[in-house]
Design a protein around this ligand. Structure first.
Ligand code: GTP
Ligand code: PEP
Length: 201
């Protein structure tokens, strides 16, 4: 893909986020924030613009400290993505817009760059299980059509997006459960996530 990419990153209100990590002996909102900040910090060098859609002021504050823009959007993951997509598209009608999940605490900049470069047209990166989606890219000027949620990889494929599979494991390791977190830790966690976890390691 030759065009630059603009990314929309959705972040749920921290008190409700990462509910599947309940029971883990961690400060769940702090961990969800650390996931989001590590994801955005790793993604930023790859993107021309990053817009985080979140209604949570604590997330907006953390992003501001990194110099990253956020906007309060509507409730719901796909609704937030459609909102962010329309904001970015208004700024550049011919852009490639990508939706990147915010729960990729092991994300490596170089791996995201490789995946984006490999995309030809509308494309998505399946999670490691092959059922979910971690990244969805539009064509330049084309629609995003986000269908995130259970079975989103099949939904994105059915809507014509091409699966991006290649040497980018960190882009495929989203973290929903304690087992996911252990696997992401094997790849190497970002500094904010590592700091939140350090007292219990
Ligand atoms: N802005 C926004 N982002 C959302 C919303 N729901 C989910 N997300 C984000 O979408 C991505 C995937 O979210 P999920 O894994 O489905 O939800 P989660 O809160 O991270 O985890 P669970 O509570 O375990 O489902 C993460 O980046 C979330 O922060 C929402 O309603 N609004
Ligand atoms: C919403 C999704 O993510 P998760 O598996 O984190 O719920 C998805 O993969 O479409």
């Amino acid at each position: 893909m030759g065009a630059e990419v603009d990314l929309v990153v959705p972040v749920k209100a921290l008190e409700r986020a990462k509910s599947r990590l309940v029971g883990a002996r961690v400060d769940r909102p702090a961990l969800a924030l650390a996931f989001a900040l590590d994801t955005v910090a790793a993604a930023r060098p790859v993107a021309r613009r990053v817009l985080v859609v979140t209604s949570d002021p604590a997330v907006a504050r953390g992003l501001r400290a990194l110099g990253v823009e956020s906007a309060a959007g509507p409730e719901g993951l796909n609704e937030a993505l459609r909102f962010g997509f329309s904001v970015l598209r208004e700024r550049d009608p011919g852009s490639v817009v990508g939706a990147l999940q915010a729960d990729l605490p092991a994300l490596r900049t170089a791996e995201l760059a490789l995946a984006v470069a490999a995309a030809r047209g509308r494309a998505f990166c399946p999670d490691r299980q092959g059922t979910g989606t971690t990244l969805l890219l539009s064509e330049p000027g084309g629609p995003l059509e986000p269908a995130f949620g259970t079975g989103s990889a099949a939904a994105h494929a059915a809507s014509g997006a091409t699966a991006l599979v290649g040497p980018w494991p960190s882009l495929r390791h989203d973290v929903d459960t304690a087992a996911d977190l252990d696997l992401a830790a094997e790849l190497g966690l970002g500094p904010r996530t590592a700091a939140v976890l350090s007292p219990v390691c």
